[in-house]
Design a protein around this ligand. Sequence first.
Ligand code: GTP
Length: 441
Amino acid sequence: MHKDIREGIADFADLLLDAVFLVDANGCITYVSAACESIFGYTPEEMIGKCMIDLVAPADRDKTLQEARAIMAGSQRIGFENRYLRKDGSEVHVMWSARWLASQRMRIGVARDITELKRTQILQAATYAVSDAAHRASDLGALFPEIHQIIGKLVPVAGVAVATRDKHTEEIGFPYQMDTLGNGEVVQETLASQYCAKVVRSKQHLLVRGDFMSGLVDDVAPGTRGGVCLVMPLIPQQEAVGALILKSHAGTCFSDKDIEMLYFVSAQIAAAIERAQLKAELLRAALYDDLTGLPNRKLFRDRINSALARCLRAKSRMALLYVDIDDFKRVNDSFGHAAGDGVLQEFARRLTQCVRQVDTVARLGGDEFAVLIEEIHCPEDALTVEAKIREALVPFFIIGEHALRTSASIGIAIYPDHGNDIERLIAVADQAMYLHKNSEK
Ligand SMILES: Nc1nc2c(ncn2[C@@H]2O[C@H](COP(=O)(O)OP(=O)(O)OP(=O)(O)O)[C@@H](O)[C@H]2O)c(=O)[nH]1
């Protein structure tokens, strides 16, 4: 009986581009048409007698068995999708239409290779996901984990590292590294940066045997038990902004198709990174002083407001110090603007060293600086900081070949002793600073 049906369909089934299968009640393949070779990589002779489920990708086995049971219970199914492992180990996505032939006690199924279609769908989804992540992520730090997730849906990866190139210094940095176990170290940075620099220059990917952690790397084609590292260039338009390092699982490698797909997605990722970098730069320019790197007046006011809210809640004290360099104009006039810039930078550095990391030092403009000290116990604590600042200014400022002396006028306002709101506190600190300056003149 079985033989009859096989003979009946063989005449035309071998002409079909889809593969026709007959599978018995035990799940064994009893017949398959010629197209199986192009879809699964096995000849019909190699497939017949095999258990169908053994060829299914492990992750899809449960749902496939469930589907087979439904068919054998009499339902006719069209459009079931699962993945198989081809003879060469690669994955093939298959769409099925199948029914149970009760009289023959066999399933008849028609398998269509939808790998390319799936790839297009996956690429489309990844492209959308990257652009969505780029819009949602508040900064680069939030963008990188999302990129990791998106890549993980495209290709199996054991770890991801993002390398970015500094436009000015050409240095390679690693703002993101994460493996599947949650370890934040995927590559040894010194070693990996050499490969990334190569990829940034050539704009071509590199497939490296071994991993960047152990240092055992080899620029040879893959195929080792230890897995490989794929270094992809991140090119938004012309210049590479960095590189993406993808670590494969042990014993696996990335296929040419994977790499082709990753080139496409990497370009989208690169554009998202470039956009986030630009956003960060704009934000930085809006909130920080270019010369000293300190928060500017706008950010300082914001910090005061946040600190006031905290003080109100905790019923604590804080101090505002206005600090203005004395006779700064003379530095510019006598030694030039560049020397003046040098003094401002050194002044900022010394001020910053006088306070804790949680405190804020800002440049309000010109030679005017300000310090915000939170959680002081008594007004005298602010005087201690003032004394510290004066002491820090005692050593000569060595600017180029010049050794300069610098002093400053400092005004203090304490919350809540001198006022409850930002305007009042600023006014008190400013007036106190000018009082001090005038008394020195
Ligand atoms: N080099 C340099 N100079 C600056 C910068 N911003 C402002 N200045 C100069 O800083 C000087 C500030 O002068 P003044 O406000 O008179 O202050 P001063 O000379 O310290 O006088 P007093 O405050 O009364 O002690 C001006 O000469 C500005 O041109 C800057 O970014 N770099």
